[in-house]
Design a binder for this molecule. Structure first.
Ligand code: DCP
Length: 179
């Protein structure tokens, strides 16, 4: 079951859902629109190594926006901190943004019950695209869960700003054997 807009509002008010800041105008019929935060990260090495931490450069989106280039991966973030100890969140791009040719999360839409923080957006445009901080770029849906709940305590908990991949931590845990 998916939460309807009015139920998202009710859950945000009674604490089953945490959205901060919460704006009633961002509630959709069955999702909540999230805004693009001002900070972007790009990896600076020619080869991104899945088993190592990778260096990044930071870009702050100015008042005139910032032009994303095709072929580049930009790690962005939601302005909102979003999470729930009750519901399963899923993040997708908005249709209006997809129609501009922008991938918003590539292959990672799933949130865990118990994750709380700003979400990392994996941005990549089909053609050069000027984006603006604060634009409503994505939407999060909330699913009712069934079964015992084991709250998320993973490596992206309490994310503040865009988070580069910490896959290397998984690799370090199992030594030479690739997970
Ligand atoms: N586009 C996304 C997708 C998820 N998350 C957050 C919410 C998730 O609860 C958390 C972890 O996501 P995954 O479980 O997909 O990530 P991993 O399996 O790689 O990490 P972990 O081992 O911490 O679960 O990251 C995010 O910030 N941005």
């Amino acid at each position: 079951m998916i939460l309807t807009g009015p139920e998202i509002t009710a859950a945000a008010r009674d604490g089953r859902l945490a959205i901060s800041p919460f704006e009633p105008g961002q509630v959709n019929p069955n999702s909540y629109n999230v805004r693009l935060g001002p900070t972007l990260l790009t990896y600076t090495t020619a080869v991104i190594d899945a088993h190592q931490p990778n260096p990044t450069a930071t870009v702050e989106i100015g008042e005139d926006g910032y032009v994303l280039q095709p072929g580049e991966l930009y790690l962005g973030h939601t302005l909102e901190q979003v999470g729930s100890d009750t519901f399963v969140p899923l993040l997708f791009g908005r249709s209006s943004v997809g129609r501009l040719g922008l991938f918003v999360e590539i292959t990672a839409p799933i949130g865990d019950i118990g994750f709380h923080g700003q979400w990392t957006l994996m941005l990549s445009p089909i053609r050069p695209l000027r984006v603006y901080a604060g634009m409503k770029i994505g939407q999060i849906m909330f699913f009712v869960s069934t079964g015992d709940v084991d709250l998320y305590a993973g490596k992206y908990q309490a994310a503040d700003g865009p988070q580069p991949s910490r896959y290397w931590r998984d690799a370090a845990r199992v030594g030479a054997v690739a997970p």
